[in-house]
Unconditional design. Structure first.
Ligand SMILES: [Zn+2]
Length: 282
């Protein structure tokens, strides 16, 4: 069996260690509070050096996410797609998929990131099927975190919308952002964002043959759910539920399986690239 190397580079480990030591927010991420979490989130790393993929079906419970003209709710569609990705990766020897939510319930954004940390995830992917004010908007996009501005108006619009999910659930978002914390976070996250962009390009490459792309490149925006300092994280908008044609597609098992298959293949090829890089001689 092939010996898998952990995704985090030495530099990243040092940087995230630094962040954990200095940042209350990062400490909160690393803290384990078994009593407040369901049993599945206490699960340890799997045997055999498997990579852990944390899939995050967007929204849930009181937060239905975007709603299509026909009444389809984003929260149900993305949960099905996530289950599908897990099913398609279940035969993979070196990958184990876990979910931030298994059913229709509300999970605050920060807790989604915390769950990924508690599982020691090697990769985090939030799955969405979002909406826009114009029904014409269509196609899939992939986002990575940006510490600066959003890379496009659409990226800004969607990140504001996704970040508002916590307001729906009545969670007060704390904004303790002193200058030093910001500088450290930027430093630590630079490496992680680089890996997230690589992950994004692998996902886009697999979606391209099966579905129209809204944006050809991984976009960057300040999605709260992508803010892990050490886990490569992307948010996939599988399509626009507010586009009538895409709402119909999302309602079919065939399309959901196709998108899930592309996501699964993208995850496999991302890990393969990482292993090639880590095993490069000299
Ligand atoms: Zn969404």
């Amino acid at each position: 069996m092939k010996n898998f190397v952990p995704l985090t580079t030495r530099r990243q480990l040092l940087l995230s260690g630094l962040a954990m030591a200095l940042l209350p927010a990062a400490r909160a991420l690393a803290k384990t509070e078994p009593a407040s979490l369901p049993a599945q989130t206490r699960a340890a790393r799997p045997a055999g050096g498997k990579k852990i993929v944390m899939l995050d079906p967007g929204h849930g419970g009181i937060d239905s996410g975007a709603v299509g003209e026909e009444g389809s709710e984003e929260k149900h569609i993305v949960l099905e797609i996530a289950h599908n990705v897990r099913q398609q990766l279940s035969q993979h020897q070196h990958i184990e998929v876990r979910l931030t939510r298994e059913s229709d319930h509300f999970v605050p954004l920060a807790q989604r990131v915390e769950i990924a940390h508690q599982h020691g995830a090697d990769l985090f992917m939030s799955i969405h099927a979002d909406g826009f004010t114009s029904p014409a908007a269509n196609g899939a996009s992939v986002f990575a975190l940006s510490n600066r501005g959003a890379s496009s108006a659409m990226a800004r619009y969607l990140s504001e919308k996704e970040n508002a999910a916590d307001k729906v659930g009545g969670i007060k978002v704390q904004s303790d952002n002193p200058y030093l914390q910001q500088v450290l976070f930027d430093l630590v996250q630079t490496d992680t964002i680089k890996n997230s962009l690589t992950l994004g390009s692998h996902i886009l490459q697999q979606i391209r043959p099966v579905h129209h792309l809204h944006s050809q490149h991984t976009e960057q925006a300040a999605f709260a759910v992508l803010k892990s300092p050490s886990i490569p994280s992307v948010l996939v908008e599988t399509s626009f539920i507010t586009n009538p044609a895409e709402e119909r597609l999302l309602g079919t098992t065939a399309f959901r399986q196709k998108i899930a298959g592309a996501i699964a293949d993208g995850i496999i090829s991302f890990f393969a690239e990482f292993d090639r890089r880590n095993h490069r001689p000299g």
